[in-house]
Design a protein around this ligand. Structure first.
Ligand SMILES: NC(=O)c1ccc[n+]([C@@H]2O[C@H](COP(=O)([O-])OP(=O)(O)OC[C@H]3O[C@@H](n4cnc5c(N)ncnc54)[C@H](OP(=O)(O)O)[C@@H]3O)[C@@H](O)[C@H]2O)c1
Length: 290
């Protein structure tokens, strides 16, 4: 049995809460900014109703074994306000977010040697505060370390597929390559089917190629077929699929453009790599949304 607190009970935090619930072994605390009386996750295997304590203020929390943070990347500082009340000397923090800056985003906000970055692949939506839709199975990737193994053990007996990977750097950059092309949907305000267009497919390949070049400079092992594979994946997938950058833009919410394409520019600058397509995409996006 572990004491687990989730900060960021949106689509991903909700899915993770549902998975932990099915382990039937943990004490779950959901830290939310509004009171939450129930949480149901519609999973591919059927609905899961989560049993939890709800904290709506850090003063209502107690130390736990694991904090799972699944806010958007730009909410790291506000999420960290929960950490002191939830932390004891052994408390560990799993950062379940997109991007490649899991540790950087929480540097100075939590003990760095107890931070575990997590990459999650699962299509999920929050239909309301208490109603999460999980469209398919969840794959979580973590570093193959003692901390990673401890995290994986939380999900023993659940439908979660938790992979301990030796080359986590490559895993995060491979995911970033996929996400980088999503900016085209967010710019055109059209779902993933827009990448079936020949000209925009070429643009996507260019955006991904820049991400591959920067990722390689950072040490990720990304092969020359990465772009073609990703574009084929987008084209084979549902044309109606809406990525979170587009969803956030449509809903007039803050977006993760900085964590998805902005980071490519920032890291490229360190290596002297030109990234004109990502630079234009970020400038256009910020110009339209800003
Ligand atoms: N959705 C997907 O399918 C998916 C797939 C893979 C990866 N991801 C990544 O996973 C991460 C989470 O995405 P998401 O889709 O789950 O986002 P989301 O649905 O917007 O959920 C974020 C949650 O964080 C909460 N939050 C923000 N600041 C908080 C604070 N200070 N205290 C407590 N709660 C706080 C928000 O609460 P409020 O309602 O109060 O704002 C919201 O419930 C992102 O990095 C995303 O890119 C998402």
């Amino acid at each position: 049995m572990a004491k687990v607190a989730i900060v960021g009970v949106g689509a991903i935090g909700g899915v993770v809460a549902g998975l932990l619930q099915t382990a039937q072994a943990h004490e779950i605390t959901l830290c939310t900014r509004r009171p939450l009386t129930s949480l149901t996750v519609a999973t591919p295997e059927g609905p899961v109703s989560v049993s939890f304590h709800n904290a709506t203020d850090p003063s209502q929390t107690h130390p736990v074994d694991w904090i799972l943070c699944a806010t958007k990347t730009y909410d790291a500082a506000s999420a960290a306000k929960w950490f002191p009340g939830l932390s004891g000397p052994q408390t560990k923090l799993a950062v379940i977010q997109n991007g490649v800056e899991h540790r950087e985003n929480f540097a100075g906000l939590f003990a760095e040697d107890r931070i575990l970055p997590v990459v999650i692949d699962v299509p999920a939506e929050r239909r309301s505060d208490s109603d999460i839709l999980q469209r398919a199975g969840a794959l979580l990737r973590v570093e193959n370390t003692a901390l990673g193994a401890n995290f994986a053990a939380l999900f023993a007996g659940t439908k979660a597929n938790v992979e301990l990977v030796d080359d986590f750097l490559t895993a995060v950059w491979a995911k970033l390559c996929i996400n980088s092309a999503g900016v085209i949907s967010a710019l055109t305000l059209k779902p993933a089917g827009i990448l079936r267009d020949e000209a925009l497919g070429e643009v996507a390949l260019g955006i991904i190629a820049e991400c591959v070049a920067v990722g390689r400079a950072e040490g990720a092992k990304l092969d020359d077929e990465t772009g073609a594979r990703i574009l084929a994946g987008y084209r084979a997938g549902s044309p109606d699929s809406i990525n979170s950058l587009l969803a956030d833009r449509l809903a007039n919410r803050p977006t993760e453009i900085g964590a998805r394409n902005g980071v490519i520019l920032r890291r490229a600058a360190l290596h002297g790599i030109p990234t004109p397509l990502n630079a234009m995409a970020v400038a256009l996006f910020n110009g339209m949304v800003g």
